[in-house]
Design a binder for this molecule. Sequence first.
Ligand SMILES: *Cc1c(COP(=O)(O)O)cnc(C)c1O
Length: 390
Amino acid sequence: MDVIYTDNNATTKVADEVIQEMLPYFGEMYGNPSSMYTFGDKVGKKIKEARQRVAGLINADPEEIVFTSCGTESDNAAINAALTAFPDKKHIITSVVEHPAILNLCKYLEKKRGYKVTFVPVDKKGRLDMDTLYSSMSKDTAVISIMWANNETGMIFPVEEIAKKAGEKGILFHTDGVQATGKIPIDVKKAGIDMLSLSGHKIHAPKGVGVLYVKKGLKFSPFLIGGHQESGRRGGTENTVSIIGLGKACELARENLSQMNTHVKDLRDYLQNRLLEKIPSCSVNGELESRLPNTLSIGFDAVEGESILMLLDQEGICASSGSACTSGSLDPSHVLMAMDVPYKSAHGTIRFSLSHYNTKEEMDKIVNAMVPIIDRLRQMSPFWKDGKMI
Ligand SMILES: *Cc1c(COP(=O)(O)O)cnc(C)c1O
């Protein structure tokens, strides 16, 4: 059975073009990019090209690109650099809906390192509470880290506006751009961002490679201290193969960006509207107009997300649920809880996240599978009676 893959916010298929680009560097081209002889330097030149390609996607200068091992490392390196740059400042601002790479790091800094952290709340539609954000900025604030787009709901946050306010107050601004890159246009210069994280495996490159954009002139302390690689900003011999793949993926992402807002968005809207039309008592999480074009987070009253996923799996359909399954608990995710989504529909939330590889035929198959699945689960649900939730 062919798999219908709609979990692209979790990870993506490595593009065939990316695999082709990487293959020689798995094999005969194994030189160390730092070596003086031509055999190594050829790899060095290819990394240089990758750096230019990544920079091109986000309108950065190539020297502003630091390759890392993943999005999580980029996030950690950014916060570490900001706190090291301002050793006397003990306050951090972030949001309650961040990815664990920022959220758990900030909780750690608060509990174990004595930092004060403001976790900015969101409203029922998933929008940031801008008043709390702005009023919590102070002379003691070292860094503000707000994700560009949320991985669960696809909500896009006004990072340009926040970056501007932060800049006026001399506060560093970092954004986790892992979900935004490749899905919406990103211009770090125009947005006035100090640091931005991205991750290879969310944009059709392999797992285990990421990027931290660091604005020119920013006092940057490395998170991994070692050799001179990445101009001393990240020690360790480069993950040459994956970096080369990421470069190609960024080039493709740039070419495919317009498709995201036409083909992919159309598919997402089609899937959303069909589900809303055919299944009673379900609702979309997040403000419709401010979402990534590929993401649909939708809650079905009175059923369990995990049960839906299991039944979808039997049809070869891959999606995600809205519960914190990663932590082994069945509680709704921190994002849905923060949005105050009613417990009984948060529990039945499914996230479909699409890519340009998806087709309309697949969307129809998903709808055709979902209708009987929800019906069947509701017949067994203690919270469902006479066609509605009790
Ligand atoms: C996936 C993801 C990360 C983590 O990236 P990894 O490369 O898997 O470490 C960070 N932030 C967001 C928003 C993500 O979706």
